[in-house]
Design a protein around this ligand. Sequence first.
Ligand code: FES
Ligand code: FE2
Length: 317
Amino acid sequence: MDTITTVDPAAARLDGSYYQTWYPVCLAGEVLAGTLLGVDILDTRVIVYRDDTGRAVVQSAWCPHLGADLSQGTLVEGQVRCPYHHWRFDRGGACSHIPTGDRIPSAARIVTYPTAEAWGFIWLFNGTTAMFDPPRMPDATEADLDWAAHFRGIRSGPGEAALSNGVDFQHLRTLHGLNTTEPDEITVRDHEIEFRVEAAGYSQHGIISGMSTFAQHLTPAGRDLFMLFCGAPIDRTRRRSFFTVGIPRRVDRQDGGQDESQALENLGVFVERLLSEDEPILERMRLRRGTLVASDRHLARYFRYAKEFPRAVPPGI
Ligand code: FES
Ligand SMILES: [Fe+2]
């Protein structure tokens, strides 16, 4: 096969839908007890807060009464109080109180998204029920690593292209100048893509989770480095970009006790370098039906995965 063509993902986005995947909403550290945060995401707006057990809640920001922005409201006894007429909503989204004493209409509800907290982020699932687990780090749990989550910034350019980086093995050499190789095959499942590269003195285990996240475990020169890249559309043209870096906790490490915070910082600098090399290209590209060659077979498979990935108009829009 000499050429492989992909579809234009931009065409699929005209119907108001987004991928039915986990999307990072914000840094978990931004949501302190008592904080009511508003975040623009997926062409709508959500509120984020913690219930009285500390669990994160993500709900539609639009009050069902007249549509006020609930992020301008207040948390009262663990419930969201609208700033306008003080209707209250519980963590399940039901209206629990109307100050006038009127009967509470059954339609007086806000959408509560499936919500998770993982790797330093609060995530929502675009749907009424989650179709798969939140993104994971290859070969490690949060307890295994010293890790740090970062907000990279607001970026333009298609998220599909940014995510394709995970299986674009050529660009690791051409753009980033890394001495890497590529897997013979990648494993494509309904909601993730996984691959492993084993080479002399180097291994890579990568996972694309859903349509928002790429995470990998690299072992250059015997060191264990973990990184997770994720992003979420704000609207059709902008997306938030985040990343987490991690290294094994000191007790597990064989590196002679190098200062952990310094090692983590160094990894963060390395990852920021990679991102700063990718971003100018991703920001300017117009992702389109491509003319791919045989060496692009993993990329071609990824684009088919993306094309077939389920989509839905966000509930609560
Ligand atoms: S708009 Fe929210 S209570 Fe009236
Ligand atoms: Fe890259």
